[in-house]
Write a new protein. Structure first.
Length: 177
């Protein structure tokens, strides 16, 4: 299943840390024939340093990062290519900023899970700069995208294959998959 190159689009797999953004995004990009960009690698060094120290990011910290993601998506779309990015996109204002950067050709897959499941996943992973202690601040910041245009919500209580399958099913209703 690959993207119709006549109408490129951008897709963001979003959610709090521990929701499986990277794993789901990689698998979804492969199924849709899209290039994948790990949003975390686009964070300015100062943001990574703050997170390593367990300091939550502010809106001011996130804006340059969101702009880099927006510029990355816009560049691909301007070349007539689609793209899939992983990005927490916690607030509606962030998502609106990203929508504007993509010229409205942006769809979100929101990965939703219980606090208990997210805590267990974050506690089990190794080598990630985002400590478990910041999950609370992400959950407090999260504005769930219910009712926003171009958003599909997928529960993360399944295997990666099951989550990707559910996302593809819901994306097909938007004419994407």
């Amino acid at each position: 299943m690959s993207q119709d190159r006549a109408s490129p689009f951008a897709l963001i797999v979003m959610g709090v840390s521990g929701s499986g953004k990277t794993s789901v995004a990689e698998a979804l990009a492969a199924k849709l024939g899209l290039d994948f960009v790990e949003g975390d690698v686009l964070h300015p060094a100062a943001n990574v340093e703050k997170m390593l120290k367990g300091i939550p990011l502010t809106d001011e910290d996130r804006m340059p990062w969101l702009d880099i993601i927006g510029e990355t998506m816009k560049a691909k779309l301007d070349r007539g290519e689609g793209i899939l990015v992983s990005c927490s996109a916690l607030k509606r204002s962030y998502r609106d900023r990203l929508r504007a950067a993509a010229g409205g050709k942006l769809i979100f897959v929101y990965l939703h899970g219980s606090k208990e499941l997210l805590t267990a996943r974050m506690g089990a992973r190794k080598g990630h700069f985002m400590p478990l202690s910041l999950l609370e601040s992400q959950l407090a910041t999260l504005e769930v995208p219910t009712g926003e245009p171009g958003v599909v919500t997928v529960d993360i209580g399944d295997t990666i294959e099951g989550i990707v399958g559910a996302a593809l099913h819901d994306l097909s209703a938007l004419g994407v998959a």
